[in-house]
Design a protein around this ligand. Structure first.
Ligand code: ADP
Ligand code: MG
Length: 268
């Protein structure tokens, strides 16, 4: 058992449990993720992906089942985990640089030590010129890059990412994907990644987990046996295309099923 292993056993989550209209967001999720593995979750909106990530981070508890990290049950967020949300969580009254070092500051790291690392990350993110700007002066894509720099600055053992690149334009997204893969290969982080972009999931992952529509269950888990390190060129290979097709078909079945349910529900 390694400290970066995530073990999700029979996890369920019911919202509004004691009301006439409970929402079963997750139903019996089993997922074993090994230290250093890169796993993406894809599935229709509302299939409980964000809820599962929040449970793994310890922001909320499961209604049933357990999540263990390195063998210990998760009850609250911890320094071993970093969480990147789709929306940035920057503080508007702090400069970009001071936002990036915030987590380190909370751990008692002095600016003398945290600034050089933060500046390096800002350079990678193409934000060197904006170190002393405030979040309000940056575009959405730039803010999200600063947000990513903040998460990476903490060098967590496990990176939990909820559609982190959804707001970025295509070109920036590809640069960020490459940066994520490079960092992952260098640090052997465990990554749990949610995306709507199927090609992104295939490109990054060792394994793509497809969720069923609400309630979320694991529909299938597809190993991506493409060689590493991967480069953007690999996205044009026939094997890559076949994986994308396979994941896409699996999701499409689910989306159709959920639309059917909604139509029936609407008529009822
Ligand atoms: P996804 O990230 O796959 O789109 P979510 O995990 O955000 O799905 O949501 C799963 C289901 O749980 C949805 O039906 C959503 O409306 C519901 N849900 C999520 N959070 C809450 C909450 N705090 N209270 C009530 N229902 C919620
Ligand atoms: Mg979500």
């Amino acid at each position: 058992m390694s400290s970066g292993d995530i073990s999700i056993s029979n996890v369920s989550k019911v919202f509004r449990a004691n009301t006439p209209s409970p929402v079963v967001a997750l139903d019996g999720i089993d997922l074993e993720i090994k230290e250093g593995e890169f796993v993406s979750i894809v599935g229709a909106s509302g299939s409980g992906k964000s809820t599962l990530l929040r449970i793994v981070d310890g922001l909320t508890g499961p209604t049933g089942g357990t999540v263990k990290i390195g063998g210990a049950e998760v009850t609250k967020p911890g320094q071993d985990r970093g969480f990147v949300f789709q929306q940035d969580r920057l503080f508007p009254w702090r400069t970009i640089l001071d936002n990036v070092v915030l987590g380190l500051e909370l751990r008692g790291v002095k600016k003398r030590d945290s600034y050089p690392r933060a500046k390096e990350l800002l350079a990678i993110m193409g934000l060197s010129k904006f170190a002393n700007s405030y979040p309000g002066e940056l575009s959405g894509g730039m803010r999200q890059r600063a947000n990513l720099a903040r998460a990476y600055a903490l060098e967590p053992k496990i990176m939990i990412m909820d559609e982190p690149y959804a707001a970025l334009d295509g070109q920036t997204r590809e640069i960020m994907q490459q940066f994520l893969l490079d960092t992952w290969e260098a640090h052997k982080t465990t990554v749990l990644f949610v995306t709507h972009q199927i090609d992104e999931a295939v490109y990054l992952s060792d394994r793509v987990v497809v969720f069923t529509s609400r309630p979320g269950k694991v529909k299938e888990s597809i190993n991506i046996d493409l060689p590493r390190p991967r480069t953007l060129n690999d996205k044009r290979s026939a094997d890559f295309g076949q994986y994308v097709e396979r994941v896409w078909t699996s999701i499409e079945e689910e989306v159709k099923a959920s639309m059917q349910l909604e139509m029936e529900y609407g008529r009822a």
